[in-house]
Design a protein around this ligand. Structure first.
Ligand SMILES: [Zn+2]
Length: 319
């Protein structure tokens, strides 16, 4: 047992206003101080209605805080890495149970990046009307989008590598792990490292890999994806922006009455399904922490990276 284990530090990234009330976007950090360590970031609540993602990320934070009181392996782990959380990017969306923010803007269509080719109609982001979903906004980058972008850039700058996992729900029957690009069919610069991460997860936890990994553009294309914007700049350090898209249609299929409730399209309504969703991602999230601490991604040889990259191109880009 180490004498003083790492404490949680929280700070406000920005505050958004609604009817004279102010709501903070908070980040919380745990673990090693200084810039010489890898970092893992967990993000949720970009879409306010997707409550289950927020619950998954907060459950992880609570579990870590609870285990830190006795778990010496976790205490040791946190001397080697930093863990960061932004559990509610869109507090007004959460309050109103909407996908968009207080200005009706979909934050995941609002980053300053255009898709390189035609996007999926409406879903890909639109500037026709704020009364239609997937609105990109007319006032530039929203406060919440900017706060998340700046925070991720700060973490990138002061860490030796960064893995991020942004939790969402609402698409498909199964759980997906998506990565950039959403607006281009080009491979992302960390493609080889992401492929290697998946291979390691598959070989280490073959009975826990219920995820379908792919670049988001293979599923549907969008403008203004925050992770596209952050991944578009070449980085000399590994940066692996992952999106966990929990397949909510399976909850709706099992409980069709959920379609009459907007939040029911994105969240399990029965308690046992909620509990299942909360425990389903623990192994993967803990794997990300252990992988970061191993520095396996940082120490890949140029030759090894080239092989992983080629395997990834063969898998996802030869169509
Ligand atoms: Zn979402």
């Amino acid at each position: 047992m180490i004498d003083s284990y790492p404490q949680l530090h929280a700070k406000t990234l920005t505050k958004v206003n609604l009817k004279k009330q102010s709501y903070p976007v908070i980040c919380a950090e745990l673990g090693a101080k200084g810039g010489n360590v890898p970092c893992v970031l967990f993000v949720s609540g970009v879409h306010g209605v997707e409550l289950i993602g927020i619950q998954v990320v907060i459950a992880l934070l609570e579990s870590i805080l609870s285990r830190l009181e006795w778990d010496c392996q976790l205490q040791q782990l946190l001397t080697k890495i930093k863990i960061a959380f932004v559990p509610i990017v869109n507090p007004i969306g959460l309050l109103r149970s909407t996908r968009c923010n207080g200005h009706r803007v979909d934050l995941m269509r609002n980053a300053p990046i255009e898709a390189e080719s035609k996007v999926t109609f409406l879903v890909g982001g639109q500037k026709l009307s704020s009364h239609l979903p997937w609105y990109r906004g007319h006032q530039g980058v929203e406060q919440e989008t900017r706060a998340l972008i700046q925070y991720v850039e700060l973490l990138k700058a002061c860490s030796t590598s960064l893995i991020s996992l942004d939790a969402h729900s609402g698409f498909g029957m199964t759980d997906h792990i998506w990565f950039p690009f959403a607006g281009s069919s080009k491979p992302v610069s960390s493609l080889g490292q992401i492929y290697y991460l998946e291979q390691l997860y598959q070989s280490s936890y073959p009975y826990h890999n219920h995820y379908s990994f792919s670049p988001q553009s293979l599923i549907y294309r969008t403008h203004g994806d925050i992770w596209d914007y952050l991944a578009a700049n070449e980085s000399d350090k590994p940066f692996l922006p992952l999106t966990l898209e929990m397949g909510s249609w399976s909850w709706v299929k099992k409980n069709p009455r959920q379609v009459f409730n907007f939040a029911g399209l994105f969240n399990p309504q029965k308690q046992h399904r909620q509990v299942r969703a909360l425990r389903k991602h623990t192994v993967f999230m803990q794997f990300l922490l252990d992988l970061a601490a191993s520095r396996e991604l940082e120490h890949m040889s140029a030759e090894g990276l080239k092989l992983q990259n080629q395997a990834a191109i063969n898998r996802w880009f030869q169509r």
